[in-house]
Design a protein around this ligand. Sequence first.
Ligand code: DX5
Ligand code: ZN
Length: 220
Amino acid sequence: MNSKLIAPSILAADFGNLQRDVEMVNNSDADWFHIDVMDGHFVPNISYGMPVIQAIKKHATKPLDVHLMIEKPERYIEEFVKVGANIITVHYESTVHLHRTLTQIENAGCKAGVVLNLTTPVSVLEDILPKCFMVLLMSINPGFGGQKFEDITYNRVKKLRKMVDERGLNTRIEIDGGVTNKNIKALVEAGADTFVAGSYIFKSENQTATIKDLRALANS
Ligand code: DX5
Ligand code: ZN
């Protein structure tokens, strides 16, 4: 059984006070920084790229989990590694030669993972699973923070958990979108072990306490 990890999503941070928010995560019970890169093509929104990741890396004391929501991510893997990515996940729907892209990530010195959009069947992972450090299941349509968690996710997690266990793998199962104190425990019960949370953490009054609570709930 993998340990449960919390990855606050920097997309919901205050960009005018980025160093402050990075330090908040450093000094909290969080495990990773989740960093969403959006290109305005793969998803209908544009977020940030290498210079901002480099600025985060300068202050971060925890691994950077970089979620690429961009078309043809293979064009930029080495650059994301250079600015400090530790884990890179690419969407199944964004790259034609998935196996090659994961190998590229590994060769660049990073842990590699695959992301599935909300309704891409988990069965497409069958052959790539042994190569995945992690699978990220979107629990919203990607592109924006603050959306409502979609309940179809529970069944998808259960199916993926079965696939991982049947193969004797220890692939992490990460959930991204609308994660709160209301659904994290049920997600753990379904088989997930890694949780992204953006607005739920950054919009709360006491962010470190919110992270602590999420972690405690995931481990209860
Ligand atoms: C959306 C991003 C998420 C987002 C989650 O496409 O992948 O990481 O920041 O934000 P919340 O937790 O607010 O749904
Ligand atoms: Zn994300």
